[in-house]
Design a protein around this ligand. Structure first.
Ligand SMILES: Nc1ncnc2c1ncn2[C@@H]1O[C@H](COP(=O)(O)OP(=O)(O)OP(=O)(O)O)[C@@H](O)[C@H]1O
Length: 272
């Protein structure tokens, strides 16, 4: 369903992403790991057409999304919703309106001007918020919510687009461990229950191991590992991060200590 072939992005003489290729045949939960500057964000930004590639193809169900232009490129962007480390909500706007903004590009100028939303869309937004456990936050301003709740609003906004693929660029990097777990559990749930592919740039190894079906390790723009979490040994992790023998995985951990952890997470249940 996703076939990445020879994708490269140059910035001047530097290849931020250097001729990468991989295939994903089912709606998997894919984690991309690597140190800062490895090219992870650049790849996601090319995939949803925020950034042009210098070379290569990204085929989704046979169609090269890198060659789409104009309205077709915009339509593709709504099929691969993106969520960001800093949530990118409108802080002073209420939560429900932030979620409805996921389909802003489907409205007429007049509707936008008077902030008019069809009843069916409002009900859908509330239904999604309810599903993510934050329905009671709908009338509040986004800025009044905790970071974890804001990221769930951003996920709700993404779901409003009914995307095939969700791209998440360091979705939990600004969150404390408890909120990070809630957000990752939410993404896993959407992946498993809806069959939507999730591709997430992750900065902690334990998160990649715990939630991903497949892990892609990048270093200096290249793929240096592509496999299952079980294949990701400490030695390979060292290679990905360019670290020496003193590299300690626990140092990158966001895990919640067992005695403060809530009931077993959804991901635990799915994976057990
Ligand atoms: N707009 C740009 N102009 C010039 N160089 C850029 C630009 N965007 C990214 N780069 C460079 O491309 C390389 C890859 O950056 P990228 O942000 O994709 O890495 P990353 O793995 O996502 O890192 P991080 O986790 O820090 O975001 C880096 O060397 C970065 O400095």
């Amino acid at each position: 369903m996703l076939d990445v072939q020879g994708v490269t992005r140059m910035f001047g003489r530097k290849a931020a992403v250097d001729n990468i290729s991989f295939r994903i045949d089912r709606p998997a939960f894919v984690g991309i790991i690597g140190r800062s500057g490895a090219g992870k964000s650049t790849f996601l930004r090319m995939m949803n057409r925020l950034l042009d590639a210098t070379a290569g193809e990204i085929r989704v169900d046979g169609r090269d999304v890198l060659s789409l232009k104009g309205a077709e490129a915009r339509a593709w962007q709504s099929h691969c919703a993106m969520i960001f480390q800093q949530f990118n909500l409108v802080p002073r706007m209420d939560v429900a309106s932030n979620v409805l903004h996921g389909i802003l590009n489907r409205r007429s100028t007049l509707q936008t001007l008077f902030n008019l939303w069809p009843r069916a869309d409002i009900l859908k937004a509330l239904e999604i918020l309810d599903r993510l456990g934050i329905a009671e936050q709908a009338p509040k301003r986004a800025e009044a919510l905790s970071g974890g709740q804001q990221q769930r609003v951003a996920i709700a906004r993404a779901l409003m687009q009914d995307p095939k693929i969700i791209l998440a660029d360091e979705p939990i990097a600004s969150l404390d461990p408890m909120n990070a777990q809630v957000v990752m559990d939410t993404l896993k749930r959407i992946n498993v229950e809806d069959g939507r592919m999730v591709i997430a740039n992750l900065h902690t190894l334990d998160t990649a191991r715990r939630y991903c079906d497949r892990v892609i390790g990048m270093r200096d723009g290249r793929i240096v590992f592509d496999g299952t979490p079980a294949q990701l040994s400490t030695g390979i992790a060292r290679e990905i991060y360019g670290a020496d023998a003193s590299f300690n995985e626990a140092a990158t951990s966001t895990a919640i200590p067992a005695d403060t952890s809530p009931d077993r997470s959804y991901a635990d249940l799915m994976l057990s």
